[in-house]
Design a protein around this ligand. Structure first.
Ligand SMILES: Cc1ncc(COP(=O)(O)O)c(C=O)c1O
Length: 443
């Protein structure tokens, strides 16, 4: 394939301080993507790379989708920006309606943000303010979970449970506690779908409630399926039990669906898939197919209406972003939801998930593979770490796969995959076949 001359790579890479990246290593051997179409990226050196990760779990409809591209083009020429506070524009209302119609029935209201991290902060703030609005002002504590990932802002890293995301940043929020994680490789290794063991770990909430008193706790936030910590599938019964206990103690339940939203499990949201209804759903990524930054918090009528009691001229929630419901993001969101619907992509994900599961579990027995986990179009392959050099083995697998024209992702020594929902069986064969080759040769 010819070099793409329309996207020359600058000689100087020093100015851009890259996020969550080993900057010095990257800049010595850059991996530059210059264009993308459907299931593939094109690299600066002219290779086509199969996207096994939907970008960063966000391009659920694949890349360069005409309807989304056109909607953005049109919107930019029609209304580029409108003030987000005390003013409105039609597309934000339209997108909110469509999101409400797609979301589980109790989710009747939508607050727009620009990312998963901002959606998390928004949901946590709404939870505390809601408790106050209903006369429960002592409920300010937030409960997260070990190994949880809720973005990188202060609220999110406080309720999150990934040590490197927390330990460099001071004392974080006060009044936070954590449930234990549910990763039990000793009992659950190589489970297909939801693991059998660990549902009882939700009962640990009782211990936390007993320690602090239920009247101090505002909300519990969890990822229904944890992604960034290495694909942790909830054990059978776990989410149901968490819902029972939060309800029993007057605690709100927030699902962080930044990666599970928009069809990843073959249903619109994980709340639908597991048939467990939280009080708020946090989403982002797939909302605009990753094309324009946008996030949202979906909330029940009960939560929304609790804020609507004061004088009508007074702002009800002192929260919002300059770009909340940005016109171009809203247009992209509408076109994205239409694309999902017209192409039946959520149903497609459900249909192809068994093939994905079989392909993934065919890696069992290859060198260093100590666990394989899957649900919907999510897959995790855990490798035995190299003694004294954690993360190195999986990262080497990532580099080797990229050299062989396949994009995967790693976190710790876990390979995480989450392809676009338009993936075909042939792509799955290439993705898993290439990974198998890589694993066979890996030291
Ligand atoms: C569960 C979860 N929450 C929050 C976030 C943060 O989203 P963003 O990077 O858009 O801020 C992510 C990102 O991967 C995520 O997986």
């Amino acid at each position: 394939m010819a070099l793409d001359r329309s996207n020359p790579v600058p000689n100087d890479l020093s100015a851009f301080w890259m996020p969550f990246t080993a900057n010095r290593q990257f800049k010595k051997a850059p991996r530059m993507l210059v264009s993308a179409d459907r299931m593939h990226y094109r690299t600066a050196d002219g290779r086509e790379v199969l996207d096994g990760t939907a970008g960063l779990w966000c391009c659920n409809a694949g890349h360069n989708r005409p309807k989304i591209v056109e909607a953005i083009r049109q919107q930019a020429g029609e209304l580029d920006y409108a003030p987000a506070f005390q003013m409105g524009h039609p597309k934000a209302f339209e997108l909110a309606n469509r999101l409400r119609d797609m979301a589980p029935a109790p989710m009747e209201h939508v607050f727009f943000t620009n990312s998963g991290s901002e959606s998390v902060e928004t949901a946590l703030k709404i939870a505390i303010a809601y408790q106050r609005a209903i006369g429960q002002a002592s409920r300010t504590r937030l409960i997260g979970r070990e190994r949880g990932y809720h973005g990188v802002n202060f609220g999110g890293i406080s309720v999150g449970g990934i040590v490197n995301n927390r330990k460099f940043f001071g004392s974080l929020l006060t009044g936070v506690d954590h449930l234990p994680h549910t990763h039990l490789p000793g009992q659950n290794a190589f489970s297909r779908g939801q693991p059998e063991h660990g549902g009882n770990l939700a009962d640990e909430l009782e211990r936390i409630v007993a320690l602090h008193g239920p009247e101090t706790i505002a909300a519990v936030i969890v990822e229904p399926v944890a992604g960034s910590t290495g694909v942790l599938i909830p054990p059978k019964g776990y989410l149901q039990r968490l819902r029972e206990l939060t309800r029993k103690h007057g605690i709100l339940l927030i699902f962080d669906e930044v990666i599970t939203g928009f069809g990843r499990l073959g249903a619109p949201f994980a709340a639908d898939y597991f048939d467990v209804m939280p009080d708020m759903i946090v989403c982002a990524k797939g909302l605009t197919n990753g094309v324009i930054p946008m996030g949202a918090v979906l909330a029940t009528k009960e939560i929304h209406d609790a804020f609507m009691g004061g004088p009508e001229h007074v702002i009800e929630l002192f929260h919002g972003y300059t770009y909340s419901g940005n016109p171009i993001a809203s247009a992209a969101g509408i076109a994205t939801l239409e694309t999902y619907k017209e192409e039946g992509l959520f149903e497609r994900a459900a249909e192809i998930a068994p093939y994905w599961e079989d392909a993934l579990h065919s890696l069992k027995g290859l060198p260093h593979v100590i666990d394989i986990r899957n649900l919907g179009l999510i897959g995790g392959v855990e490798l035995e770490p190299i003694a004294g050099e954690p993360t190195k083995r999986a990262f080497t697998a990532f580099l080797e796969a990229y050299d062989r024209n396949v994009l995967i992702r790693t976190t710790g020594d876990i390979i995480a995959m989450s392809p676009p929902l338009i993936i075909e069986k042939g792509h799955i064969d290439t993705l898993i076949g290439t990974l198998a080759d890589v694993l066979r040769k890996l030291h």
